[in-house]
Design a protein around this ligand. Structure first.
Ligand SMILES: O=P(O)(O)OC[C@H]1O[C@H](OP(=O)(O)OP(=O)(O)O)[C@H](O)[C@@H]1O
Ligand SMILES: NC(=O)CC[C@H](N)C(=O)O
Ligand code: SF4
Ligand SMILES: [Mg+2]
Length: 490
């Protein structure tokens, strides 16, 4: 029996997640705009990048491992991608999933013509669907969950491309923000709960779609609105747009972690400034768990806005007690523990003269595996800090994410293994506190969490998953049938 999960990485740790998508239709050099937009979305995925364009007759694709700048900075690379329609993708994956064949956009020649798709999110029943499709004779070219969508579209019996796509996505569980290209135009859609973000803008006569508004800013497009949860927007080459809500209007559950960490602070998300939300989390945190200290120090980068809020609310001065190297990217989204450890060390350094002899409040947006917090507390002590108090701008991350963010399985999450007191001891801080779940909801403009009908997906904090997790359930069943555990998941 083959026990290897086709979508799992080598150590069976996690699915590969969190990406950025960008699409433009109706612009003279669509691929150039696409490369620029992807550059602004680089924080969402640093492992691989791809762009597919269409010139009215042919589709062209260029995909590569690494950053946008490494793959799309020359005129020649853009010249390979002619046409007025293009879609691109920046990918964040983990060990084993980094191969070129998984890099998006994925493309296939279907009976109805070319079909390209760029996907941010994760399909929580992809394995299940893939097995069914393989049994029917489908031949997969990648190990990406996204390819399932292509096969479902290819085998749908509905007549129009939109109907085929809706038919396919009815079978899909989990999170998807998609940009699709066919010879007739572009379509963009979000899953019925709107778990992953997607926005729409206008650039002259062209329509632009992107994971975040920063990508619209960078290409000079005007932000129009978000794609609504469950909405499909089709755009033709003459600029005609059509909006459809084939799944009705279920209560949305967008990812609250986008506000905490993933999105750039200069993006507008769910009609809110991410920067303002992060600052407001810091304010809540100061109200809930104030501590006497000399200075408030952010853990750069994403701890900065919350630290500003904490400082303003508490009256404790904000200081840059840690300086980051700009040549090391996000450590959370790096593929292996050893790389993450090394990156955290190279990334941060104590501002020794400032920290020496001081009692400090460190603010970070989240503790996931504890790699960063452990190292930073030690760094502050080595630099002579008198007391180190740690405050976190999210509740404890105690559950895995199956919707497109690479939070690992529960057993590798610090909060999955320990309570707050034990975590405090582990990171060797003098005190540790997290913002409450209601505090987080207040910071994004609500009165608190509505437990009967939560307004966001917050499963990594609460364990309350808004969709079925078929692959996970299947794997647990398989685990229980065997005399030894297989790739434990939680
Ligand atoms: O507990 P851990 O497993 O270390 O993960 C949590 C850390 O990872 C993220 O930072 P990251 O370095 O990815 O990016 P940033 O520069 O945007 O803060 C996050 O902001 C925390 O600092
Ligand atoms: N995780 C993402 O958002 C990327 C899309 C898809 N799940 C992939 O692995 O390529
Ligand atoms: S589980 Fe957490 S990270 Fe994943 S979609 Fe839900 S809120 Fe976002
Ligand atoms: Mg960080």
């Amino acid at each position: 029996m083959n026990l290897t999960h086709p979508f799992m990485d080598a150590d069976g740790d996690k699915l590969r997640e969190e990406c950025g998508v960008f699409g433009v239709i109706g612009a003279p050099e669509a691929a150039a705009a696409c490369a620029l937009g992807l550059h602004a979305l680089q924080h969402r995925g640093q492992e691989a990048v791809g762009i597919t364009s269409f010139d009215g007759a042919e589709f062209y694709t260029r995909r590569g491992l690494g950053h946008v700048a490494e793959n799309f900075s020359t005129g020649e690379s853009i010249a390979e991608l002619p046409g007025s329609m293009a879609a691109g993708h920046v990918r964040y994956s983990t060990t084993g999933g980094a191969g070129l064949r998984n890099v998006q956009p994925l493309f296939a020649d279907l009976a109805s013509g070319g079909f390209a798709v760029a996907h941010n999110g994760n399909i929580s029943n992809a394995r299940h669907l893939r097995q069914e499709l393989v049994q029917k004779g489908a031949i997969f070219q990648s190990t990406s969950d996204t390819e399932v969508i292509i096969h479902l579209v290819a085998t749908s019996r509905y007549p129009t491309m939109l109907d085929k796509l809706v038919d396919a996505l009815r079978l899909v569980e989990g999170a998807y923000a998609l940009i699709v290209m066919t010879p007739r135009g572009m379509a963009a859609c979000r899953d019925p709960l709107g778990i992953r973000p997607l926005v729409m803008g206008r650039l002259g006569d062209a329509t632009v779609f992107a994971s975040e508004t920063v990508a619209l800013d960078v290409v000079g497009a005007e932000f129009e609105r978000q794609i609504e949860p469950g909405e499909f927007v089709e755009v033709d080459f003459d600029g005609t747009r059509r909006s459809h809500r084939p799944f009705g209007k279920p209560d949305a559950r967008p990812c609250i972690f986008e506000h905490v960490y993933f999105s750039r602070p200069d993006s507008i998300l769910d009609d809110r400034s991410v920067y303002e939300s992060r600052k407001a989390i810091g304010i809540e945190l100061a109200r809930e768990s104030r501590v006497e200290a000399d200075i408030v120090v952010p853990v750069p980068d994403s701890g900065v806005p919350a630290a500003i809020g904490y400082s303003q609310e508490s009256g404790i001065p904000f200081e840059l007690g840690i300086i980051r190297s700009h040549y090391v990217g996000r450590t959370f989204i790096q593929p292996s523990d050893s790389v993450r450890h090394a990156s955290v060390k190279r990334k941060h350094n104590a501002n020794r003269k400032l920290v020496e002899g001081k009692s400090i409040v460190l603010i970070d947006d989240s503790i996931v595996r504890g790699t960063t917090s452990l190292k930073i507390v030690q760094m502050m002590r080595d630099a002579g800090a008198k007391e180190v108090h740690f405050r976190v701008a999210s509740p404890p991350t105690g559950h895995g994410c199956y919707y497109g963010v690479d939070t690992p399985e529960r057993s590798k999450l610090l909060a999955g293994r320990m309570d707050v007191a034990a975590m405090c001891e582990f990171i060797q801080a003098d005190s540790l506190a997290f913002v409450s779940i209601d505090g987080l909801y207040r910071a994004v403009g609500l009165k608190g969490r509505n437990d009967a009908c939560p307004q966001y997906c917050d499963a990594c904090f609460t364990g309350d998953y808004p969709t079925a997790l078929t692959d996970l359930t299947d794997r647990r069943r398989l685990d229980n049938q065997l005399p030894f555990p297989v790739n434990k998941v939680a």
